[in-house]
Design a protein around this ligand. Structure first.
Ligand SMILES: Nc1ncnc2c1ncn2[C@@H]1O[C@H](COP(=O)(O)OP(=O)(O)O)[C@@H](O)[C@H]1O
Ligand SMILES: [Mg+2]
Length: 342
């Protein structure tokens, strides 16, 4: 549905995207994930037609749109700050694009009412000023304003990042539901890995204008392809070469102590846990515990490493600070990389 082929975007001396390629399938919820400044917005703007390409092509539905002005690409874009017109009513904001297209008033009214109902904005809310709405409602207005033009694709640039944590959680679900309902091909930009994991069909992890990995959330999390992806997504202990050496010695593992090695916090177990554990046992001492409701987090000092562990509450195990424990590490849970961190 969307293909970026060797797209290069420069801002003066900065090469924001060096030969960037990506493919998004029809109907997909596709996320560009990466730290600030890695080129997510630039990639999105390349699709929308808001930046000029130094090289490469953008295709939408099989058609080369590289030279096409933004207004002719049939894309809807929602910005981080919503970019609503503060002095206009909600209705006027949503109607704006149709007005620019000089549609008849009856058609505009009908389409605004239709889309408002679909994104759950009441007729009372339509009459209000934008400033009278909450952040979450404004966000729906911004989405309605994009969707009312019936775009082929929807581009969302960090649409939830101005909202507080609780609302963000709710809106993730709503947004995902809405996307499913419309079946519209969506490219979503975020620096928030949890958001990406929970909402996306597929994720592209970006680093310095380059794609590090593309995959389903589970693939990205369980089989991070690079050290950057492993450390950017989720939480992982970096293992010392000596600890990896111990695993090799006792676990018969095909691990190389010289390579950068990681294990996710929740993949480290304790032999004392009620749940059966397998793997190489390493003695250690609990040095800290924090309680988080459904789970607790521990720091355990072993001979060579201090490991962080996440234990689900309700397994019956609550070791105290100072307690001697045995850490269980399954060598197959270790993630190893050959490259250097970028
Ligand atoms: N209009 C611009 N002029 C100059 N540099 C820019 C411009 N837009 C982005 N950049 C630079 O391009 C790089 C990528 O930026 P951006 O795509 O906004 O990243 P992200 O959205 O991932 O935070 C950054 O180094 C940024 O400073
Ligand atoms: Mg950005």
């Amino acid at each position: 549905m969307i293909t970026l082929a060797d797209v290069t975007v420069r801002f003066g001396a900065i090469e924001a995207l060096p030969s960037f390629s990506l493919q998004v399938e029809e109907g997909e919820f596709f996320t560009l994930l990466g730290p600030s400044g890695c080129g997510k917005t630039t990639a999105l703007r390349s699709i929308a037609g808001f930046v000029s390409l130094s090289a490469g092509t953008v295709r939408i539905a099989g058609r080369d749109v590289s030279q096409l002005p933004s207004g002719k690409r049939e894309v809807g874009m929602v910005f981080q700050n919503y970019a609503l017109f503060p002095s206009m009513s909600v209705r006027e904001n949503i109607a704006f694009g149709l007005q620019v297209q000089r549609r008849p008033k009856s058609e505009i009214d009908r389409r605004v009412d239709e889309i408002a109902a679909q994104v759950d904005l009441s007729s009372e809310q339509l009459a209000k000023g934008v400033a009278e709405l909450s952040g979450g409602q404004q966000q729906r207005v911004a989405i309605a304003r994009a969707l009312v033009l019936r775009p082929k694709i929807l581009l969302l640039d960090e649409p939830l990042s101005n909202l507080d944590a609780k609302l963000r959680q709710q809106l993730r679900l709503q947004l995902k539901e809405l996307q499913g309902q419309f079946g519209i091909t969506t490219v979503y930009v975020t620096h928030d890995q949890e958001e990406a994991l929970s909402m996306s069909d597929r994720i592209a992890v970006l680093n310095r204008g380059r794609v590090e990995q593309v995959g389903r959330p589970e693939e990205i999390y369980d089989h991070a392809a690079t050290e950057f992806v492993c450390t950017f997504i989720g939480e992982a202990n970096k293992l010392s070469p000596r600890l990896v050496g111990t695993l090799v010695e006792h676990g018969g593992a095909e691990l190389d102590p010289a390579k950068p090695s990681y294990i996710r916090f929740e993949r480290v177990h304790l032999a004392e846990d009620a749940q059966p554990t397998a793997g190489v046992l390493i003695p250690g001492t609990v040095t800290a515990r924090t309680y988080h409701g459904p789970h607790s987090r521990y720091r355990v000092r072993t001979e060579h490493d201090t490991l962080q562990i996440v234990l689900t509450e309700g397994t019956g195990l609550r070791p105290q600070v100072g307690q001697e424990v045995k850490v269980a590490i399954e060598p197959t849970s270790v993630l190893q990389y050959s490259g250097h961190p970028k």
